[in-house]
Design a protein around this ligand. Structure first.
Ligand code: SF4
Length: 491
C-alpha cells in the first residue's frame, strides 16, 4: 500500500504514532505470535455476514480474489447501476482505503452501518466510522446517517437466530460528525509522522493498553527490568506517575507511597520473604469437610448463541474435571466430562456431574463466583434438577480465598492470586508448562476447533490435550490444599 493508510492503520496511529510508524517500518525484533487473533477475526467475519441479513438483498464486494482497484471499480459500478445495499463497499480517498460493512442508499445519500462484535458503542468505534465518512465524502458521496450495529446481550435465543433481536443499532451520526471535523488535520499529522526522520520518540504509557493492547509492547517495554513497579498488582499507586519520576525498579519505590497490599508485595519481593496468617489459614481449612470434591469447569462463549435459552456471550460449560477425596490426605479419584462435538452439552454434563458429586460433599472451586454462576444457570435451565444443583451450590467453598485475602502469601506469586501464579509458588514441581493447552482461552478455542474437526485422529489428539489441561486444574487444587494442610504450616 506504499504511503497509503487503511482504516486500521489510522486507528493504530490515533492510539500511538509510534505504533503506526512501527506498523509501516517493522523493527528488527521478533514479536510473539498471537494465534488467537485469527479466531477472533473469523468470528468477526461470521458476525458481519449475519448482520447483512438486517438489510437483505445487497451485493458484496469481496476482499478475497479481487485486487484493491478491482474492489474500487466494482463498488463504483454497483453505485452507478442503482444498487440499494452494498456489503463491504470499497473506497479510496487521499490514499486512504476503507471498506464499509453495510452501505444503504438513502435517497441521494448513503447510510453507513458499521458492525461490531461488542455489546456497546466505544469511542474507538466512533473514530472508525469517522474515517469511513471522511473517505466517502472525499469520494463525493453524501452520508445521511451513521449507525453502529452491535450485539444486544439481552437477547435469548429460541429457535432460529432472530437477527433483528440479536443486533442493536445506534445512530451515532452526530458523534461521528464531531470527530469528522478534525479528520483532515489528524490524517496530515499521521502522514507527517510517517514522513519524519525515524521512529517517533514516544515513551510507554497508559496508551499501550488503551483502547487496545498494542502489538509492540514486547519491543517498547524491553527496558523495564524484572521486579519493576509494573509488577505491582491492583489499584493504588499511579505506576506511570512513578515511571515519569524515574522510579522503575521496585527497590527504588518509597514503601510509604504504596497501599498495604502493594507494600506487602513489594517487601516480600525485595526480601524474598513469605507471609502467613496461621489462624486465618486454619479457619479456612476448618470450613472444609470430606468427602471433598475439587471442581473446575471449562466454558465457551460466543456472540451468536449456539443453542436455545442462551444469550450472546453467556458462558456455556462443555467440560469439567473433578478430583474427589474421601478424607484428608487420601489419594483423589478422578472424574471428568468433555462434550462430544456439536451437541448442546448442558444436560448431559450436569447429569454426569450430579451423579459424581455426593449431595453432602464439600465442593471446592478456585474462584467460586464462576462455578456458582455456571451451576445456577444450569439450575434455571433444568427445573427438575434445580434442587439437586442448589444443594451442591450451597456446599461450594473457594480455595482462592486464602490467597486473595493473603492469609498466605509467597513472594513468587507476584501479587497475584490467580491459580497460574499460586501453583508454581506453592507446588513448584507441578506446572502448566509443556501442555498443548495451557489456559482457559486456549481450551475454549480448542472446543471450537474440535467442533470443526473431521479427522478422527486429530480429534482424539485434541480431546486428549483438552482433558489433560482440565485435569491439571483440579489436580493443582488437590496439591495446593495438601500444601496448606502440611502439619508444619498450621497445625
Ligand atoms: S507499545 Fe506503547 S509506546 Fe510502543 S508502539 Fe505500542 S502504544 Fe506506542
Amino acid at each position: 500500500m506504499g504511503s497509503g493508510l487503511s482504516k486500521s492503520l489510522i486507528l493504530k496511529g490515533l492510539q500511538c504514532h509510534k505504533a503506526l510508524w512501527l506498523a509501516k517500518n517493522p523493527p528488527d525484533f521478533t514479536l510473539p505470535e498471537k494465534p488467537e487473533l485469527q479466531a477472533k477475526f473469523d468470528l468477526g467475519t461470521e458476525v458481519g455476514i449475519l448482520a447483512q441479513q438486517l438489510f437483505p438483498g445487497g451485493t458484496e464486494v469481496p476482499f478475497e480474489g479481487l485486487s484493491f482497484s478491482e474492489q474500487l471499480a466494482r463498488t463504483r459500478q454497483l453505485i452507478a447501476s442503482g444498487a440499494q445495499v452494498i456489503y463491504e463497499a470499497t473506497f479510496s480517498f487521499s490514499a486512504i482505503f476503507v471498506k464499509v460493512d453495510i452501505l444503504v442508499r438513502d435517497g441521494d445519500a448513503w447510510q453507513i452501518h458499521e458492525v461490531k462484535m461488542g455489546t456497546s458503542v466505544k469511542d474507538v468505534n466512533l473514530d472508525d466510522v469517522a474515517v469511513q465518512q471522511y473517505v466517502l465524502n472525499g469520494c463525493g458521496l453524501s452520508v445521511s446517517k451513521c449507525f453502529l450495529v452491535h450485539i444486544d446481550n439481552s437477547y435469548v435465543r429460541q429457535g432460529d437466530i432472530e437477527v433483528d433481536k440479536l443486533f442493536a443499532s445506534e445512530d451515532v451520526s452526530l458523534k461521528v460528525l464531531a470527530r469528522l471535523q478534525g479528520m483532515p488535520a489528524t490524517v496530515e499529522e499521521l502522514r507527517a509522522t510517517l514522513r519524519g526522520g525515524g521512529e517517533p520518540p514516544v515513551d510507554i504509557g497508559p496508551h499501550c493498553k488503551d483502547p487496545y493492547e498494542c502489538d509492540y509492547i514486547p519491543y517498547c517495554w524491553q527496558h523495564i527490568p524484572e521486579d519493576s513497579i509494573f509488577d505491582l498488582r491492583g489499584l493504588g499507586v499511579d505506576k506511570f506517575e512513578l515511571y515519569r519520576r524515574g522510579i522503575i525498579r521496585l527497590a527504588d519505590v518509597s514503601l510509604d507511597e504504596l497501599n498495604p497490599a502493594q507494600r506487602q508485595q513489594a517487601e516480600a519481593t525485595l526480601n524474598r520473604q513469605d507471609a502467613i496468617n496461621l489462624p486465618q489459614v486454619k479457619n479456612f481449612l476448618d470450613s472444609l469437610w470430606y468427602p471433598l470434591c475439587h471442581l473446575d469447569f471449562e466454558t465457551f462463549d460466543t456472540p451468536i448463541p449456539p443453542f436455545d435459552g442462551v444469550r450472546p456471550y453467556q458462558k456455556v460449560p462443555f467440560q469439567y474435571s473433578l478430583h474427589i477425596q474421601t478424607e484428608a490426605g487420601a489419594e483423589p479419584q478422578h472424574f471428568e466430562y468433555l462434550a462430544p462435538p456439536n451437541i448442546d452439552p448442558r444436560r448431559e454434563l450436569i447429569e454426569h456431574l450430579l451423579a459424581a458429586i455426593p449431595a453432602d460433599a464439600c465442593v471446592l472451586t478456585y474462584n467460586q463466583a464462576f462455578e456458582k454462576s455456571v451451576l445456577r444457570e444450569l439450575a434455571a435451565l433444568f427445573p427438575d434438577l434445580a434442587e439437586a444443583i442448589e444443594k451442591r451450590v450451597a456446599n461450594v467453598r473457594d480455595l482462592m480465598l486464602p490467597f486473595k485475602k493473603r492469609y498466605i502469601y509467597r513472594w513468587p506469586m507476584r501479587g497475584s492470586y490467580s491459580i497460574k501464579e499460586v501453583l508454581p509458588a506453592m507446588v513448584p514441581e507441578l506446572s502448566y508448562e509443556g501442555l498443548d493447552i495451557a489456559n482457559g482461552m486456549a481450551a475454549m478455542q480448542a472446543y471450537h476447533e474440535m467442533c470443526a474437526l473431521e479427522d478422527s485422529v486429530a480429534l482424539a489428539e485434541l480431546r486428549r490435550a483438552m482433558l489433560a489441561y482440565c485435569q491439571l486444574d483440579t489436580l493443582a487444587m488437590v496439591r495446593i490444599l495438601e500444601e496448606l494442610e502440611k502439619p508444619g504450616l498450621v497445625r
